[in-house]
Design a protein around this ligand. Structure first.
Ligand SMILES: Cc1ncc(C[n+]2csc(CCOP(=O)(O)OP(=O)(O)O)c2C)c(N)n1
Ligand SMILES: [Mg+2]
Length: 388
């Protein structure tokens, strides 16, 4: 079959830097801001040693959890796992940029984002083990206003926009109080950006000037489709068409991811309207445990991105600032212990009562659910009759 598309599209190679790219940490860990990065330096200078070390700690914990969950799937403990390997800086930086009162709408790969907000990683495991339809309760204060995973690509951008419209209408944003005004951040991918839902969400967000940040993790691939086939222009530039200011950030630089997201969220919460961020990163693992990336991408490409790994970069930066070996050992130990705990608690999970599957389908009682619950009860009772 003739391939009408340009064969050079079939790659997730490291893209050329655009003039707008915000980077603060170079790939070798030196502080070397790009021209667009200069404007964000003051946000980084305001961070304490503790903050900087926490960014690193969370990235290491993220990777340890992710490796453990991937192994658990391989050992038959989970139905599926979408690895976050390689995307730690985009996720940790943006999650720390959100203020306590903010609302997060993840896609399905933002494991460390949810953990930073307070969600127990075992709640994600419950979902991926097929024991729960939702995972956690977004209204439970311990979950830090984190909404549930959405596997229907892009639909969370509509949920987020509707929610953000409600914040404005309820007078919960744009009052000028940074510590109180609420904002929304919604995560989606380069593939999802081709989805009509995302377009509609952006139209409504721009029209209603929602207090919202569209956080696009461009990890170069939508399963086996490279981003070069999703868009002929850098994705952050699309926002201009909606009348929405946008930023492009090196998503493997945790400092830049933090600073850009903090600024964009604060602009949005102040009532300036929505913002879009494209975080340029790379999915180093498989799309999910059901995918084999060796079928569609080269090891050269993977190696080029490995050299831009977010954790090595931040480690070099902290080392040069004088972080001790004891600190790095402590972080490794924490990663191991969080991963061990995840394994222990996964294997202890019990199956829920079957009828509970009907409980949260609708907020109120529903005749169809009552009928199905009854059908299940009768079906199960029929085995008892057979035995009698
Ligand atoms: C509406 C819809 N269409 C198709 C799919 C199947 N699907 C699941 S993930 C995926 C690729 C998504 O790529 P991207 O948005 O770049 O996110 P990433 O997985 O790379 O994080 C596709 C096509 C889906 N889940 N929902
Ligand atoms: Mg992608």
């Amino acid at each position: 079959m003739t391939d009408i598309l340009d064969p050079s599209d079939r790659t997730g190679a490291v893209p050329e830097d655009t003039a707008d790219l915000v980077r603060i940490l170079n790939t070798d860990g030196t502080l070397a801001p790009t021209p667009a990065g200069e404007a964000f330096l003051s946000l980084i200078e305001a961070l304490s040693d503790f903050d900087l070390e926490e960014f690193y700690r969370d990235m290491v914990v993220s990777r340890a959890l992710d490796v453990q969950a991937t192994n658990l799937q391989r050992q038959g403990q989970l139905a599926l796992w979408p690895p976050s390997f390689g995307q730690e800086a985009a996720q940790v930086g943006s999650a720390h940029a959100a203020r306590a009162q903010d609302h997060l709408f993840p896609s399905y790969r933002e494991h460390i984002v949810t953990k930073i907000r307070g969600v127990d990683p075992v709640d994600i495991i419950r979902l991926m083990r097929g024991l729960s339809h939702g995972g956690w309760d977004p209204t439970d204060p311990k979950n830090g206003n984190t909404n549930i995973y959405t596997l229907v690509l892009g639909s969370q951008t509509l949920h987020a926009t509707g929610f953000a419209m409600g914040l404005t209408l309820g007078g919960r944003a744009g009052t000028g109080d940074l510590e109180r005004d609420e904002a929304v951040i919604v995560y989606y991918g380069d593939g999802a950006s081709s989805q009509g839902d995302v377009h509609e969400a952006m139209v409504f967000a721009a029209s209603y000037r929602t207090p919202e940040v569209f956080f696009l993790q461009n990890n170069q691939w939508a399963i086996s489709v490279p981003v070069r086939r999703q868009s002929r222009s850098p994705l952050y530039q699309r926002a201009a068409g909606y009348g929405m200011p946008s930023y492009q950030v090196d998503g493997n630089d945790v400092l830049a991811s933090f600073a850009v997201t903090r600024q964009a969220l604060d602009e949005a919460r102040a009532g300036d309207g929505p913002r879009a961020i494209e975080a340029v990163t790379y999915r180093r693992g498989a799309h999910t445990t059901s995918d084999d990336p060796t079928k569609y991408r080269t090891s050269e490409e993977e190696e080029a991105w490995a050299e831009r790994d977010p954790i090595t970069r931040m480690r070099a930066f902290l080392q040069a600032r004088g972080a001790s070996e004891a600190f790095f050992e402590d972080v490794e130990e924490e990663g191991r212990s969080v991963a061990d705990d995840l394994r222990t608690r996964t294997t202890q999970l019990e199956a829920p009562d079957a009828p509970s599957m009907f409980t949260h389908v609708y907020t109120d009682d529903h005749p169809l659910m009552a009928e199905q619950r009854q059908w299940l009860a009768d079906y199960e009772a029929s085995f008892e009759e057979g035995r009698a």
